[in-house]
Design a protein around this ligand. Structure first.
Ligand SMILES: Nc1ncnc2c1ncn2[C@@H]1O[C@H](COP(=O)(O)OP(=O)(O)OP(=O)(O)O)[C@@H](O)[C@H]1O
Length: 334
């Protein structure tokens, strides 16, 4: 199913937690709301599910206005950060919960619970257990299975992996993507983790202060951020301070602009622009090094191939090309 939010606004009392939200989410798309804590992501999700009343705009699910419907009539699946499982029920009963409400036959429920348990790779042994007997990763699988059981055509996932350790997050992230492809579902995903957003999404909406800052593919958001906020929020980036810029031959550069460059666009080898500096910190990442270089008026982070091995306090020259420099005037792309 496709979802359209048009001029959506949500207030808590006098506080505008979301405003002017316009999103077009296509059927079978993996769409992510990415933004810092408190930016309004959950507020938008709760408006879609019906747990928040909207103060303005429309929510169209396959062209039908749903904002006046109660949550249970919207047929939208939802998984929360804290799982929100029923702790005293068995895994089976948790997954079967929505199906029982739909008055499905016991036999049909059993078949469906087994099917979704298989999808999320929960064994039949696990189905008999109590929720507290499962690991965090298994509990999250139960939460996903429960939301999938009624076969929703739209699934909302609000920070579903944030309670898990790093390795499990990556594993479950791959599984989510596989499930989405297999089940041909529209997924709206909320995260403040940029690597999750970049790896999973077809499109990302960057949310900041209750507004949409930019919508685009992961590549577009990373490579051509429209605002200074997006440039700083997605990926690592170096600000070329005015002190640095004043050292450069910058006749084509504007005085009131802010200039940025990504660490991977700096080189120790060659480039149009050169800055001398000394090695301040060095981190080894297996495939490469990350160095912080002290330069006149500031520091720059650089990602370098392991062939470029320097020691602390070594003198080095950083090179980069003008084409890789991102320019912002008044916060927006120059
Ligand atoms: N029930 C509420 N009443 C009043 N203010 C609220 C309520 N819920 C959220 N807020 C405020 O609205 C803003 C947006 O909150 P929201 O939970 O949507 O952010 P978020 O981007 O989902 O954050 P997080 O990543 O931390 O979950 C915040 O400033 C928050 O304090």
């Amino acid at each position: 199913m496709k979802l359209k939010l048009s001029d959506l606004g949500v207030n808590y009392g006098n506080f505008e937690a979301a405003r002017d939200i316009n999103l077009n989410i296509e059927a079978n798309e993996f769409f992510t709301l990415l933004g810092p804590s408190g930016s309004g992501k959950s507020t938008i999700m709760r408006a879609i599910t019906g747990f928040n009343t909207i103060s303005q705009g429309q929510i169209l699910l396959d062209n039908h206005e749903i904002s006046q419907l109660p949550p249970e009539k919207r047929a939208i699946g939802m998984v929360f950060q804290n799982y929100a499982l029923f702790p005293t029920m068995s895994v089976y009963d948790n997954i079967a919960y929505g199906l029982k409400l739909q008055k499905m036959s016991t036999q049909a429920i059993a078949a469906r619970v087994e099917a979704v348990a298989r999808m999320v790779q929960l064994s039949s042994d696990n189905l008999k257990k109590g929720i507290s007997e499962l690991s965090g990763g298994q509990q999250q699988r139960v939460a996903i299975a429960r939301s999938l059981a009624p076969n929703p055509s739209l699934l909302l996932l609000d920070e579903p992996l944030s309670n898990l350790d790093a390795r499990l997050r990556v594993e479950l992230r791959k599984e989510l993507k596989r499930l989405q492809r297999e089940l041909k579902m529209t997924i709206i995903y909320v995260t403040h983790d940029q690597s999750e957003a970049l790896t999973l999404s077809d499109h990302i909406a960057v949310i900041h202060d209750g507004r949409v800052e930019q919508i685009g593919t992961p590549k577009a958001i990373y490579q051509t951020p429209k605002t200074e906020f997006v440039a700083n929020f997605i990926g690592e980036i170096n600000l070329l301070s005015s002190a640095i810029v004043s050292h450069l031959d910058t006749s084509s550069w504007q005085e009131d602009a802010h200039y940025y460059i990504r660490p991977e666009h700096l080189s120790f080898e060659a480039g149009e622009i050169a800055i001398n500096g000394t090695v301040l910190t060095k981190e080894y990442y297996g495939v490469n090094y990350s160095y912080t270089i002290a330069i006149p008026g500031g520091t720059m982070d650089i990602l370098a191939d392991t062939q470029f091995e320097y020691q602390l306090d070594d003198m080095v020259t950083l090179f980069f090309n003008r084409a890789h420099v991102l320019e912002f005037v008044g916060g927006t792309h120059g």
